[in-house]
Design a protein around this ligand. Structure first.
Ligand code: AMP
Length: 279
């Protein structure tokens, strides 16, 4: 496994791989856990070469968010990626990804203003801009993202379609702790009592899934059920719970089978967590 920091070196290596469709990228911000490694493993099963990028993207953090304290540990991450069979860790510096004279960004349009975008203005512009740059530098034929960040995946999939980027986009199911909590680098911020309380998100979503399986098709009903379950947990402060189309992120009144996302965001103390189900 090679660790590469220079964009020129990264592109030179990517170009020596004769057919790019066999090359996959897994973009990450590091602080890797089993969720990230599941993406690497999916990528490995389908591609000849796997590049994992590690870049804590300043453009996707708002003022007062956790950019400065976001966990960074390239050495540990590289060891995990070596064991997982990655070919290259692309770990560019900020002067490569966000040079001081950078002016142009990629606008996700209205899909970037809903759900998390409503509370994190500019977040998805930051994501689209950096992922576009990563695609151009690493020239992958395939890319792997987690459904854990469903809005991110849906927007990036649309970006690839709308801008005709030659990358096949793959979403990987959310990896969870044994008690249901979605794995996240931010779980490390939780105090013990918040960590215990945080399981309420997956519990609430799973209850709604059961209601849907029992024939409840109204998204208003499912959303209220989730809100009530989360409200019963004193350490949880729900930011939003919404049902949206998985293609357009437009609101939906009744579940469109196979195409409905119910997404939640909530604070536990200072820590903001997200989770979702797809129905
Ligand atoms: P991050 O480093 O948090 O930006 O995440 C990098 C990639 O890993 C994104 O595509 C995430 O959606 C994905 N990811 C993060 N957590 C999980 C998880 N628990 N299960 C599956 N994928 C995940």
């Amino acid at each position: 496994m090679k660790i590469v920091k220079s964009a020129t070196e990264m592109t030179r290596l990517a170009e020596t791989w004769s057919y790019h469709s066999g090359c996959a990228i897994v973009p990450t911000m590091g602080a890797l856990h089993e969720g990230h490694l599941a993406l690497v493993s999916r990528a490995k099963s389908a591609a000849d070469r796997v590049i994992v990028s590690i870049f804590v993207n300043p453009l996707q953090f708002g003022p007062g968010e956790d950019f400065d304290r976001y966990p960074r540990n390239l050495e540990r991450d590289s060891e995990l990626l070596q064991s997982a069979g990655a070919d290259i860790v692309f770990s560019p510096n900020a002067d490569v990804m966000t040079p001081a004279d950078m002016r142009v960004t990629v606008d996700p349009g209205p899909m970037g203003d809903v759900l998390c975008g409503q509370y994190r203005p500019g977040h998805f512009r930051g994501v689209c801009t950096i992922v576009s740059k990563l695609f151009h530098i690493t020239r992958p034929g395939q890319a792997y993202f987690g459904w854990k960040d469903a809005q991110q995946f849906i927007i990036l999939r649309k970006m690839v379609q709308d801008l005709n980027l030659p990358v096949a986009m793959h979403g990987v199911d959310t990896k969870r702790e044994s008690d249901g909590l979605a794995m996240s680098s931010r779980n490390a911020y939780l105090k013990p009592e918040e960590r215990r309380a945080a399981t309420v998100l997956s519990e609430a979503l799973e209850k709604a899934r059961v209601s849907y399986s029992n024939g409840q098709n109204s998204t208003a009903y499912l959303v209220v059920q989730i809100q009530e379950t989360i409200a019963a947990e004193p350490l949880a402060r729900l930011q939003y719970c919404e049902a949206r189309s998985m293609d357009t992120l437009e609101p939906v009144d009744s579940v469109l089978p196979g195409n409905t996302l119910i997404a939640v965001a909530a604070h536990f103390g200072e820590t903001r967590l997200i989770d979702n189900i797809r129905l």
